[in-house]
Ligand binder design. Structure first.
Ligand code: DAH
Length: 339
C-alpha cells in the first residue's frame, strides 16, 4: 500500500511540475484528489485493508494528500506570480521613450512673403484692409474705368455668379471700396485671393493672390510713387536692388507703369533667372485716374494718389527661387518645410 501511495504521489508531483498553466494544475487536482480521483479511490478501498492497519494507511493517505495539495498550491502561486510579472512587463510605460510629436504644419511661402510685404508697408504707415472675394462687377470693373465692352474685361475673364456679381479678378476693387468710405487721407494695402479663367501651368492658376496698394492725399505725385516702390523693392530684395519704371496702360491709373527690379540673382548682368535681361517684372502701378477718384466721391482737384498691384505668388516664387507655381498649391509638407 505504501508503495502504491508513494507512486501516486510521485506521479502527481511530476505532473504538477510539468503543468504550464493554472488550468492544467486543476486537471491534476481532479485526477488525484477529486471525487473520482486516484487518491480518493485508495480511501474508498480502505474496506479491503486489515482493520488494524486502517489508521496507519489513513494517515499515509492524508499525508500524501497534503503533500500533493501543498505542491499544487505552491506551483499555482508561482504561476500566478509569473503571469503577473509578465503582464506588468508588457504593460509598463517607459517614461524615457521620446513622446509622439504632434505634427504641426509649416507656414506657406505665400504667407511668409505676405507677412514680409505687410511688415514693409506697415513700417511706412500703411493700414492692411480686406475686401470681398465675391465682388460686384461695379467695383471689379465699372468703378475702375472698365465699362461694359472694355477690352480689359476680356483679358480678365472670370467666373460669373450672376451678370452683376463675379469672383474678383484683381484686388483693385478694394481701392474703390476704401475711397468710397470717404475717410482721407488713405494709405492702405489690401492683400487677397483673386480669380481668372486661366489654365493651370507653371506661371498661371485660376486662383492666385495679389496685394493692392493705395495712397490718396493732397499733393501726392509720381515722385512719391517712385520713391515708395523703390524703397519697397530694396527692402524686399536687398539694398542693391534697382528699379525701372516702364510706361504701361491700366484703365484706372494715368500715367501707368510696370516696375522691373534688377535681377537679384545676377545683379543685372543677365542670367537664366531673369531670362538674360538683367531685369524682373514685379508689379503694375500708376497715378489714380481722376475719373476713378470722381466715381468714388473724391475731388480730383483737391486730392491725388497712386496705386499699385503686386502678384503675391510672383514674389514668393522669386524670393524663394521656386520655378513652378503649381508647387505652391499642392501643400506638400516636404516642399513647404524648406522655407
Ligand atoms: N490690377 C492690376 C492687374 O491685376 C494690377 C495693378 C496695376 C494694380 C496698376 C494697380 C495699379 O493698383 O495701379 O493686372
Amino acid at each position: 500500500m505504501n508503495e502504491k501511495l508513494q507512486s501516486i504521489k510521485e506521479e502527481a508531483i511530476r505532473q504538477i511540475k510539468e503543468s504550464d498553466a493554472p488550468e492544467k494544475l486543476n486537471d491534476v487536482r481532479v485526477k488525484y484528489l477529486g471525487k473520482k480521483g486516484e487518491l480518493t479511490a485508495v480511501l474508498k478501498s480502505m474496506k479491503d485493508v486489515a482493520k488494524e492497519d486502517r489508521p496507519k494507511v489513513g494517515q499515509m493517505v492524508n499525508e500524501v494528500r497534503a503533500e500533493i495539495e501543498t505542491a499544487l498550491e505552491e506551483t499555482k502561486k508561482q504561476m500566478e506570480e509569473k503571469i503577473l510579472e509578465e503582464k506588468l512587463k508588457e504593460e509598463v510605460i517607459d517614461v524615457t521613450l521620446p513622446a509622439k510629436k504632434n505634427l504641426v504644419g509649416h507656414r506657406h511661402p505665400n504667407t511668409i512673403a505676405l507677412e514680409e510685404v505687410e511688415r514693409i508697408f506697415i513700417g511706412m504707415g500703411y493700414e492692411v484692409v480686406e475686401g470681398p472675394e465675391v465682388e460686384y462687377d461695379l467695383y471689379n470693373f465699372e468703378k475702375l474705368n472698365i465699362p461694359e465692352g472694355h477690352p480689359a474685361k476680356d483679358e480678365q475673364d472670370t467666373f460669373y455668379i450672376t451678370k452683376d456679381i463675379v469672383l474678383r479678378t484683381q484686388t483693385s476693387p478694394v481701392q474703390a471700396r476704401v475711397m468710397e468710405q470717404g475717410k482721407l487721407p488713405i494709405r492702405m494695402i489690401a492683400p487677397g485671393r483673386v480669380f481668372r479663367s486661366d489654365e493651370v501651368d507653371a506661371t498661371h492658376s485660376p486662383s492666385f493672390h495679389q496685394i493692392e496698394g493705395l495712397v490718396i492725399d493732397k499733393n501726392i505725385t509720381f515722385a512719391d510713387l517712385k520713391g515708395t516702390l523703390e524703397e519697397f523693392a530694396k527692402e524686399l530684395f536687398g539694398p542693391e536692388t534697382k528699379t525701372k519704371f516702364r510706361p504701361h496702360h491700366f484703365p484706372f491709373t494715368e500715367p501707368s507703369a510696370e516696375v522691373d527690379v534688377s535681377c537679384f540673382k545676377c545683379g543685372g548682368k543677365g542670367c537664366r533667372f531673369c531670362k538674360g535681361s538683367g531685369w524682373i517684372e514685379i508689379l503694375g502701378c500708376g497715378m489714380v485716374h481722376p475719373h476713378v477718384l470722381e466715381m468714388c466721391g473724391i475731388d480730383p482737384n483737391e486730392y491725388t494718389g497712386f496705386a499699385f498691384g503686386v502678384g503675391l505668388e510672383r514674389i514668393a516664387l522669386l524670393k524663394y527661387e521656386i520655378d513652378d507655381m503649381r508647387l505652391l498649391y499642392e501643400n506638400d509638407i516636404r516642399f513647404l518645410k524648406q522655407f
